[in-house]
Design a protein around this ligand. Structure first.
Ligand code: SAH
Length: 222
């Protein structure tokens, strides 16, 4: 009984901190899409990090997860999601499941989410957390995301949360007409260029958004 009251109080406190994160980190920096803001307010970032990091889950920074990887800064998650311009019902491909936090934000907004992770241990953990949080329209795969998910292409939106050296052609080829892909491109260790690609018939439009720092896109043979 006491534990129940305590949990309700903690839940209210976390919702309050999330509201503050939304205002100070995300709205203040210019994210406007109402659906994205709602998703960022709703998704509990603290459930995607280890116990020792839970009190820091809504800070303005990336946080470590297993396998030497990171969960992105909340603002970057919001910015990249806004760039996908989801309206609801889309089929989305995510490369780099990691903690599953970005996956949850996508699942709030899209119809179907396909997510690929390099490390089986991360994929397993994210799958368990997302199931516990009652997300049902997510499909998981372990392997090199550079190959995309050809069986279920084309995708209305593709989001890459690890940095390849160049814009991955294979992923661009799995984008639907009018589809959008957001990806950080460049060398690991320094800043990369966050790029937005929009497919328009046979044309692909390219737009530089901002500089970012992501973990590298890994591969067995690279
Ligand atoms: N979106 C994640 C961010 C995780 S960091 C989150 O919200 O937590 C980037 C992730 O990309 C890491 O988990 C890393 O293991 C994964 N990754 C790196 N190279 C990859 C590849 N070639 N294919 C799929 N995933 C990859």
């Amino acid at each position: 009984m006491f534990k129940h009251i305590l949990n309700a109080k903690i839940g209210k406190y976390q919702a309050f901190i999330r509201q503050k994160m939304l205002e100070d980190q995300i709205i203040r920096r210019g994210v406007k899409d109402g659906m994205v803001l709602e998703a960022m307010e709703k998704v509990k970032r603290h459930v995607f990090v280890d116990d020792y990091l839970k009190t820091r889950a809504y800070e303005d920074q990336p946080l470590p997860i297993a396998e030497g990887q990171t969960v992105s800064q909340p603002y970057i998650v919001a910015l990249m999601t806004e760039l996908l311009a989801l309206k609801g019902g889309e089929r989305v491909l995510e490369i780099g499941t990691g903690s599953g936090y970005q996956t949850a934000v996508l699942a709030e907004l899209a119809g179907e989410v396909y997510t690929v992770e390099f490390f089986p241990a991360l994929a397993e953990k994210a799958k368990a957390v997302l199931a516990f949080e009652s997300y049902s329209k997510i499909r998981f795969r372990t392997g090199d995301g550079a190959a995309g998910w050809p069986e279920n292409a084309p995708f209305d939106a593709i989001i890459v949360t690890c940095a390849p050296l160049e814009a991955p052609e294979t992923l661009l080829s799995q984008l639907a007409d009018k589809g959008r892909m957001v990806v950080p491109v460049g060398e690991a260790g320094g800043a990369q260029r966050l790029m937005l690609y929009t497919k328009d018939g046979a044309d692909i439009k390219e737009r530089f958004i901002t500089e970012v720092r992501f973990v590298p896109m890994l591969a067995n043979n690279r």
